[in-house]
Design a protein around this ligand. Structure first.
Ligand SMILES: Nc1ncnc2c1ncn2[C@@H]1O[C@H](COP(=O)(O)OP(=O)(O)O)[C@@H](O)[C@H]1O
Ligand SMILES: [Mg+2]
Length: 423
C-alpha cells in the first residue's frame, strides 16, 4: 500500500512534470488524477495544475495532509489557499525513487515513468506504464464532455434520446465471466488488434474490417459480449434498438438512423451496437409502409459508409433470427459471428461461473447433462430459482437438489417463455 507521503509526493511531482512538458498528454495522467482535474468544456486537463490539500483529500481520501507535508523537506505548505508547492525538484525525485513502493507507483503513472525511465537505472518503463494506464475514453467524464458539447446543438435532443451510451468504467460485463467458443475468441482477438493497428490499416487501405454481425438465439451472450468488448477495449458503447428507433414516428425513422450514426461518429472511438437487426427483414416483408422501407435503405447505406478505420466506429449488429435476413443485409458485414446454444461442456463452464460466489456443493456436470438446449441466460434463471428457493427456507447454502428443482421450475415456465419471444 502506498502511504500518505508517497501519494502526496507522487501528485506534486506529476503536476510539476505535466505542467512543464507539452510532450505529455492527458492520457499520460493516471485515471484518478485525470478525473479530478478534468475540464469538461475543453475535454482535457488544462495546464497548469495546482495541488491543494483539498485536491489530495478528494483524489486519495487522505486526511492530515498538512502534517505529512511538513515532514517532507522538498514540499512547502502554503497556509493561504492550502496549496502544496514543490521547492526542490531533485530532492523530491530522489526521495520518490528510493521510497518503499515508489517504483511501483512510478510504473503505474506514465507522467512519472517518462521522467524516471532514464533516472539512476531504475526498473521503469514508460511504454509499460502507458499501456497499463486507462485511456481517457474509458471515463464517465469523457462521455459527459462529449454529450455536453453535442447538447448545445440544434436537433441534438432527438439524437441523444435514441441511444443508450455507456462508459467503459460503468460496464459490468467482463469477458472473463463469459464462456466463448473458439471462433468468438478469435473474432475478439482480431478486432482488438484491428483497433490497436488502426493507423496501419488506414495506410495500407484495408477498410473491410470492423463490422460484425452477431447471430444466434436469445440469451446466448450477444449483448454481453458487445458490452464486455467495450470494457476490454476501453471505448464507450452506443446501444440502439432498431424497433425503438422506428416505433415513434415512422416519418422520422430514416432521419433517426442518420442521427444515430452521426452520434457514433461524434463519440469515436466507440462501439455502435445495433440490436434487433432482424427488424430490417421484418420491415422489408411488409407491403404497407413506404417510410419503413426508406428507413431500411437509409440504414444499409449508413452501414456502408461508416468505417472503423476512418471513423473509429466498430459496428456490431445482433439478430436472433438468421434466416430472415436477406443477402443485401448480410453482405454489409465483414464477419458473421455465430452464437449457438451452449454444448454440454460450455453449459458446465457457465454454471461454474454463475455458481462461483454461491456457497454449497454442486455437481455441475449433472446439471449440464440435464439442460440440453438451454441458453446461458436460461442457466442463470435456473440458478436464480435455486437461490430463491433456498431463501424461502432461510438457507444461503445450496445443495444439488436446489439446482435440480430449479430446472423443474424453469421447465414449468417454458411455454410462457416461447410465447413471449415470438410476440
Ligand atoms: N456464453 C455465455 N457465458 C456466460 N454467460 C452467458 C453466456 N451466454 C449468456 N449468458 C448470460 O445470459 C444472460 C443474457 O445474455 P445476453 O448477452 O443478454 O444474451 P443475448 O444478447 O444473446 O440475448 C447474461 O446475463 C449472460 O451473462
Ligand atoms: Mg441481447
Amino acid at each position: 500500500m502506498a502511504d500518505d507521503k508517497l501519494l502526496i509526493t507522487e501528485l506534486v511531482l506529476t503536476a510539476h512534470l505535466y505542467n512543464q512538458s507539452d510532450k505529455l498528454g492527458v492520457d499520460d495522467l493516471p485515471q484518478k488524477i485525470r478525473k479530478h482535474y478534468w475540464n469538461e468544456k475543453e475535454k482535457t486537463v488544462k495546464r497548469p495544475i495546482y495541488v491543494t490539500e483539498g485536491d489530495i483529500r478528494t483524489i486519495y481520501g487522505l486526511e492530515n495532509v498538512k502534517n505529512s507535508t511538513k515532514t517532507l523537506p522538498f514540499l512547502e505548505f502554503e497556509e493561504f489557499g492550502s496549496q502544496i508547492k514543490l521547492t526542490v525538484f531533485d530532492l523530491a525525485a530522489k526521495w520518490l525513487s528510493k521510497h518503499p513502493g515508489g517504483v511501483d507507483e512510478i510504473n503505474g503513472n506514465p507522467v512519472l515513468a517518462s521522467f524516471f525511465e532514464n533516472y539512476d537505472s531504475l526498473p521503469v518503463s514508460y511504454e509499460k506504464a502507458k499501456s497499463s494506464n486507462t485511456p481517457k475514453e474509458s471515463g464517465r467524464e469523457w462521455i459527459m464532455s462529449l454529450i455536453k458539447s453535442i447538447e448545445t446543438e440544434k436537433g441534438s435532443e432527438e439524437m441523444l434520446k435514441l441511444a443508450h451510451i455507456v462508459a467503459p468504467e460503468d460496464i459490468k460485463q467482463n469477458l472473463k465471466d463469459l464462456v466463448l467458443t473458439k471462433e468468438q475468441e478469435n473474432e475478439i482477438e482480431k478486432i482488438t488488434k484491428a483497433i490497436q493497428y488502426r493507423d496501419y490499416l488506414k495506410r495500407i487501405g484495408l477498410r473491410e474490417i470492423g463490422k460484425l454481425l452477431f447471430v444466434g438465439p436469445p440469451g446466448t451472450g450477444k449483448t454481453s459480449i458487445a458490452r464486455a468488448l467495450s470494457g476490454k477495449l476501453g471505448i464507450p458503447i452506443v446501444e440502439v434498438r432498431l424497433s425503438q428507433i422506428a416505433d415513434q414516428y415512422l416519418g422520422e425513422t430514416a432521419k433517426n438512423i442518420d442521427r444515430v450514426f452521426e452520434l457514433a461518429k461524434r463519440l469515436n472511438p466507440c462501439i455502435l451496437f445495433i440490436d434487433e437487426f432482424d427488424f430490417v427483414a421484418k420491415a422489408r416483408a411488409t407491403d404497407e409502409h413506404a417510410a419503413l422501407k426508406r428507413a431500411v435503405n437509409t440504414l444499409l447505406k449508413a452501414i456502408d459508409e461508416i468505417s472503423l478505420v476512418e471513423h473509429g466506429v466498430l459496428l456490431i449488429g445482433a439478430t436472433n433470427h438468421p434466416t430472415i435476413l436477406d443477402h443485401a443485409a448480410w453482405r454489409r458485414f465483414d464477419e458473421i459471428v455465430d452464437f449457438t446454444l451452449p454444448d454440454k461442456d460450455m453449459r458446465k463452464k457457465i454454471l461454474d461461473i454463475v455458481l462461483r460466489e454461491i456457497e454449497g456443493s454442486f455437481n455441475t456436470e449433472e446439471i449440464a447433462a440435464k439442460t440440453e438446449g438451454y441458453s446461458g441466460s436460461d442457466l442463470r434463471l435456473i440458478v436464480r430459482e435455486a437461490v430463491l428457493n433456498g431463501l424461502i427456507t432461510e438457507r444461503t447454502v445450496l445443495t444439488q437438489d436446489d439446482l435440480l428443482r430449479g430446472i423443474t421450475e424453469f421447465n414449468k415456465r417454458i411455454p410462457l417463455k416461447t410465447k413471449d419471444e415470438t410476440a
